[in-house]
Structures are given as C-alpha cells and as structure tokens.
Design a protein around this ligand. Structure first.
Ligand SMILES: *Cc1c(COP(=O)(O)O)cnc(C)c1O
Length: 382
C-alpha cells in the first residue's frame, strides 16, 4: 500500500474497525434513556475496577475531575503541599491547585522521562501531604521506590494514570499502587471515550463512596445533600462505548508495543536520535512514542514535508507556565525536564497505524538524520 500521509492520530480508523459493536451499544443507551450515570456507567465501573485489579472504580466526567475529586476526597486542602513533576499535562497540577494546595515539582529521570524518586525526599516539608507520580507516555513511574518514600513520611499517593491504561510495574496494573489511581478517557488516550470521561480506581471502599458523593452534588439520596459536591457524573453513552472498547484494550496496547519495537529496531542505527527507554520492570503501553533530538524544530519541519504529523508533549514545563508564575520558579529549576521539553517529538503512535506507515515515518527521519550528520561533519574540524 502506498503511503503519502501519516496523521499523528487516526480516530476515524479506530471507529471504522469498531463500528459494528459501538453503534448498537450507543443505540441501547438511546433506547433506555440512561443518559447521566446509570446502569451503563455502573457496568463499565465494575469491568474497569476488575481490569485495574482494584475493588472499586468511580466513573466521572474527565481525567481532570478524577484527579480533583480523588485529592478532595483524600482531604487535600489549602496550604497543603503536593509533590509532582513539571513535565506533564496541566491537569495534574491544576487538580491540586483547585483544592487550594501548592504544587511542589521534582525533576525527572532522564532516560524514562518519569518522576525521579531520588529527588522526592529533598522536596518534602512539614506541609507535604501527597505525591502524584505521572505514568507519562504509557510507562509507570518506579512505584516501589515512590511507595516506600510515601510510607516512610506518611504521605498519600495518587497515581495520574491518564496515559497508562493497562501499563504494569512488576506485573501489577497502573492505578492499583497508591491510595487512588486516576484515569482520563479523553478520545485520544489508550482507552478513549467518544467524548469526555474519566475514572478513579481504589482498593478503599470508603474513599470510593466519598468520591461518588462528591461527583453528584453530595447527594447520598435524591434531594438530600450531606456535603457540598459538584456535578462530575459520567455520561451513559460514554459508559457503553468504554465497555466495548475495554474488551479491545489489551490487543490495542499490544499493537502499540509492536509499533514501538519496530521504531526501536529501525532507529537504533540512526545518529542523533535518542529513543525512549522502557525500564525492565515496566510494561510500557506507548500512549506516546517520544524521541529526542537537539534540532527538534528542524525534524518536525522535515517530517511535515513528507506528510508525517508529529506532536510535542509538552513544549513548556508547568513551572514555566504563566499560570504558575506565582511559584517563582526560574528557568533552570528542573534542568532535565526542561531539556526534554526542548528536544522531545512525539511520533505517530496508535494501534491502527500500518507497518508501511511506520516505515514511512522512519524513512523520513533517516533521510533527515543523514543530511544532518553530513552537515555536522563539514562543520567540525578534521
Ligand atoms: C489527559 C490527561 C489528563 C486530563 O484528562 P482529561 O480527561 O483531559 O481531563 C491528566 N493528566 C494527564 C497526564 C493526561 O495525559
């Protein structure tokens, strides 16, 4: 098959493959009018809790809400400090800020792009209440080390597993290590809804109950409001779509892992390309396949000319965002996260990618890499 274009993500191809299962599932919700919460959400909650090896899953309206409600239900409050990483999506920090807490960032482990456990203890103060490790790009942070530190200091752990559905650390699923695990089902995620959705998983039934209360205006029963909550309910249609897609998640993750293996093999002989590292203890599910090169913008431009669309996750670390200027963190505060942010490129990565498309992406990068190293040779002295 001739390739002339590789989109960064192809949700239309995904729907085309699942259409015969998705359409009747949505039709069932329409026929039963269970639109907000209800039996389709409950069914998905049971399946997803099971998938994550947890007793409970609470479906909510987004990954951001999952993080916010989990932190709120765990008692995070104004003036608390919560440790997380600066190289993540804004929602990780926003959720704790919305509880009134203060983000305390720590730098990352360069090869894996994940929270560096060696940086955590220096960041702990009398005000520290929780750690939010982010399982970035589909790979879990070192949960052995993080849980050990959390226990030693009496801290809560909330996993941001929004990019790690089905990822494992030493054979144990993402979301099942900490006090709560938070997932986003934004359409482009490994498990994506057809709209907005999220979930919190936990082993703690009491915590799950508190989150159920908070997601529905603090109502234990209709018209009875025992606490001030909010509306963070999941749509019935999303519950039905997610139940269908959960059945295909393992196979979809395997397809991503195969593409990653292919990229890994083909890139290993290209100069100037730093490949992502999968830790031996982790099962990486490649939500994002991120490589690094010092001339990131040059490579993106070149690939664009060959019809390959790329992404950048994330160009500006959170401590350098305008929204967090009040923290007073200068450029240079987290050198590894900052260097990665300036060099990373996310390549096309999704289960429906064809082998020819993978080869096309690699050919584009090989082409660029060759011209660049020639350029480097003429510049450097003999
Ligand atoms: C997607 C994502 C979120 C937010 O999820 P939404 O469903 O978009 O609210 C939070 N954290 C990380 C790391 C994410 O990738």
């Amino acid at each position: 098959m001739k390739v002339n274009k590789v989109p960064f993500l192809d949700l239309k191809a995904q729907y085309a493959q699942l259409r015969d299962e998705i359409n009747p599932a949505i039709q069932q919700v329409l026929d039963s009018a269970a639109f907000a919460g209800g039996p389709f959400v409950q069914k998905f909650e049971e399946e997803f809790a099971d998938f994550c090896g947890c007793a409970e899953a609470v479906g909510v309206s987004s990954g951001t809400d999952a993080l916010w409600l989990a932190l709120l239900a765990l008692g995070i409050k104004p003036d608390d400090e919560v440790i997380t990483v600066p190289n993540t999506f804004m929602a990780t920090a926003e959720a704790l800020s919305l509880c009134g807490a203060r983000p305390v960032f720590v730098d990352i482990h360069e090869p894996t792009y994940l929270m560096d456990p060696l940086c955590i203890e220096a960041a702990i103060t009398a005000k520290t209440k929780a750690i939010i490790p982010v399982h970035l790009f589909g790979q879990m942070a070192d949960m052995d080390a993080i849980m050990k530190i959390a226990r030693r200091h009496g801290l809560l752990v909330v996993e941001d597993a929004s990019q790690a559905h089905g990822a494992e650390f030493k054979g144990q699923p993402a979301g099942s290590f900490g006090d709560a695990g938070c997932f986003s089902f934004y359409p482009g995620k490994n498990l994506g809804a057809y709209g907005e959705a999220g979930a919190v998983v936990t082993h703690n039934a009491e915590l799950a109950q508190r989150i159920r209360l908070l997601r529905d205006h603090g109502q234990p029963h209709k018209y009875i409001h025992s606490v001030i909550g909010w509306n963070c309910r999941m749509d019935g249609i999303q519950g039905a779509v997610l139940s269908v897609k959960l059945k295909h998640l393992q196979a979809a993750n395997e397809a991503r892992r195969n593409h990653a293996e292919c990229y890994e093999t083909l890139f290993s002989c290209l100069p100037g390309i730093i490949r992502p590292v999968a830790a031996t203890d982790a099962k990486h599910v490649y939500h994002i396949y991120s490589i690094r090169t010092p001339d990131r913008d040059g490579l993106i431009k070149h690939l664009d000319q060959t019809g390959v669309s790329c992404g950048i996750h994330y160009p500006i670390p959170l401590h350098l965002q305008e929204a967090y200027r009040h923290l007073g963190l200068e450029k240079g505060s987290f050198p590894i996260a900052e260097r990665c942010a300036s060099e990373q490129i996310s390549l096309p990565m999704y289960p429906e990618l064809t082998h020819d498309q993978v080869l096309w992406v690699v050919a584009g990068i090989a082409d660029w890499s060759t011209t660049r190293s020639e350029f480097d040779r003429t510049e450097s002295p003999p």
